[in-house]
Write a new protein. Structure first.
Length: 88
């Protein structure tokens, strides 16, 4: 039993397992993406690096900044005499 444990331990050390490393994004082209966390990243690599460092899943919601394409519209509600601003 102890010989088996020792053999297993030696085997694991022989694998020379490296700790997980987050991606390095230097030199990546700028192509903004909007993450599922609501943050605009300069590119998908930066999004993946941030997700790795935070140890959580962040998905690309859309290409482009999170604010791009967002339209503000004014909707009038004549029947109740109120106005509402809606984010589309």
């Amino acid at each position: 039993s102890s010989i088996l444990s020792f053999s297993l331990l030696l085997f694991l050390f022989s694998l020379q397992m490296k700790p997980c490393e987050c991606p390095q994004c230097s030199g990546e082209a700028s192509a903004p993406v909007c993450g599922s966390d609501g943050i605009t990243y300069s590119n998908e690599c930066e999004l993946n690096r941030s997700a790795c460092e935070q140890k959580r899943k962040i998905d690309v919601v859309k290409h482009g900044s999170c604010e791009e394409g967002r339209k503000w519209t004014l909707k009038c509600c004549n029947y109740v005499n109120q106005s509402a601003i809606e984010v589309v």
